[in-house]
Design a protein around this ligand. Structure first.
Ligand code: HEC
Length: 468
């Protein structure tokens, strides 16, 4: 074979390989298609029950019900588009980098997406209603996500007073106080904030429950440092989270914070909740506030460690966030971990121009590791990604958490109200910000080494069982 013949031969071989691949795939698939195109009754209804109906039911937060064939059929094209772009269900994290397993994963499997696409492409047929699965009981209206996910009702519910947001008004920050009705110290293992009624979900953009402490200095996070913090002055406001402990931060689309087994947040008698609720007007008078559900550790099973909620932010955003009209822009922030740190969840927070966020760790030895990347951020969904225990990233003290945030101020961003406006840092929804909300647990050197050793053993075992 001469060198000159090679390219021709190679491309011929490639052509033949491609041809046989097409033949191998296409013939049986075509033959099978008419016989076994997915039908609503048999194939689609079970997926909708499992992954969509908790929201898509009558009188819910979603725009349409997806229960019956008659409900779903007119939406077939829209469903195809939303699932193929992985906008629905609202799970926008890139599962090919960083942490890949989560405690609250609601995404569709590749196979489920494929089934939906084939159903729509083959004409979205109903099939035989006898194939329908029995209907699932619907949890209507404003139910806790924790209840939907099988954790049972919260042990304690603390409610704020309500506010009437007029039909037309600029953004409002509503900041009432509530007492915590406890007569003895108790540890929270899970917390969830929700608007006090379903309509309230339309006006409450975020709701933060700050803890007004009753002599409990250990509740304040001291394990991180960044330039914003140390700079003081107005820039220091960025890190209220570091100085005022949050029991929880909630924003539109978020569910609960579930603390890692053996960790939690301590509540003491006499403490209060100071609410920070960001409301917008939506063209109709709506009255609502917020309430926080607290799932407690049983008495006698108190955890050993505190979980701290931290907003890792872009560097000095207040001065430097600068998003010109009709452009994409990015900011970066750096925070030093002063302790060995376990990160248990990630919830990106932006406003209308939010596009993507990456969290990376820069280790003391100079190596880097992607923690998480959300590339399909959507303003309606401040989804909380709760890391599986075995994958929750753990870093030695001295590690730098590097957050990169991208804003999309172009016409391509469907939530952008006006791409011709310059946008800077601010609290109104038309202003911008970028926070990576994460719950962390600090480990002593011994605990840190122990956890690493434990994971090494597990990894070896997995390798062995895979090899077998
Ligand atoms: C956690 C609640 C939730 C889940 C789970 C969910 N949706 Fe949605 N869906 C919504 C809400 C709220 C909207 C409207 C806001 C938006 O577009 O993001 C929506 C919008 C949509 C739209 C666009 C409707 C329009 O007006 O064009 C489609 C299509 C859709 N969902 C399909 C699905 C499918 C299919 C599933 C399951 C595979 C699903 N959704 C799961 C809450 C949910």
């Amino acid at each position: 074979m001469t060198a000159r013949q090679l390219p021709g031969l190679r491309s011929m071989r490639r052509f033949l390989v491609a041809l046989s691949a097409v033949a191998a795939v296409a013939t049986p698939a075509l033959a099978a298609e008419s016989a076994s195109a997915p039908t609503f009754s048999k194939d689609i209804s079970p997926i909708l029950q499992q992954k969509c109906q908790q929201c898509h039911q009558p009188n819910s937060i979603a725009p349409m019900s997806l229960i019956t064939f008659q409900d779903a059929r007119p939406w077939a094209r829209a469903i195809r588009q939303r699932v193929i772009t992985r906008q629905m269900p609202p799970w926008h994290i890139d599962q090919s980098v960083g942490v890949r397993h989560f405690k609250n994963d609601m995404s569709l499997s590749d196979q489920q997406i494929d089934t939906i696409v084939r159903w729509v492409d083959a004409g979205a047929a109903e099939g035989n209603p006898k194939d329908l699965p029995p209907p699932v009981p619907l949890v209507t209206d404003n139910e806790w996500q924790g209840v939907r996910d099988g954790f049972g009702p919260p042990d304690l519910v603390i409610r704020s007073s309500e506010y009437t947001m007029p039909a037309k008004h600029q953004d409002v920050w509503y900041r009432p106080m509530s007492d915590i009705p406890l007569t003895e110290p108790r540890w929270a293992r899970m917390v969830e904030i929700r608007p006090t009624n379903l309509k309230g979900r339309r006006i409450v953009h975020h709701s933060i429950a700050y803890l007004v402490l009753n002599n409990d200095p250990d509740a304040v996070n001291t394990g991180t440092a960044n330039t914003v913090n140390n700079g003081g002055g107005s820039a220091g406001l960025d890190d209220l989270s570091v100085r005022r402990p949050q029991l929880m931060e909630w924003a539109i689309g978020k569910g609960y914070d579930l603390f890692r087994e053996g960790t939690g947040k301590l509540l003491l008698p006499g403490e209060k909740i100071s609410w920070d609720q960001h409301l917008h007007a939506v063209g109709e008078d709506i009255t609502a506030g917020s309430e926080i559900g607290v799932w407690l550790y049983p008495k006698g099973q108190e955890p050993k460690k505190r979980s701290y909620l931290i907003a890792f932010t872009g560097l000095r955003q207040r001065e430097y966030l600068d998003i010109p009209p009709n452009s994409m822009s990015h900011t970066e922030g750096f925070t030093v971990l002063k302790q060995n740190t376990l990160i248990t969840n990630f919830q990106p927070h932006f406003h209308l121009r939010g596009k993507a966020m990456q969290v990376e760790a820069i280790l003391p030895d100079g190596s880097t590791q992607i923690v998480s990347y959300v590339g399909r951020f959507n303003f309606n969904w401040m989804t909380n990604y709760i890391y599986d225990d075995t994958e929750a990233p753990v870093f030695p003290k001295g590690t730098v958490i590097h957050v990169t945030a991208w804003h999309d101020n172009t016409r391509n961003n469907p939530t952008n109200p006006d791409p011709d406006q310059w946008v800077g840092y601010g609290d109104r929804t038309v202003d911008e910000m970028a926070h990576a909300w994460m719950n962390v647990v600090y480990l002593t050197d011994d605990e840190y080494r122990e956890l690493l050793a434990e994971r090494k053993v597990k990894a070896e075992q997995t390798k062995l069982s895979l090899a077998r």
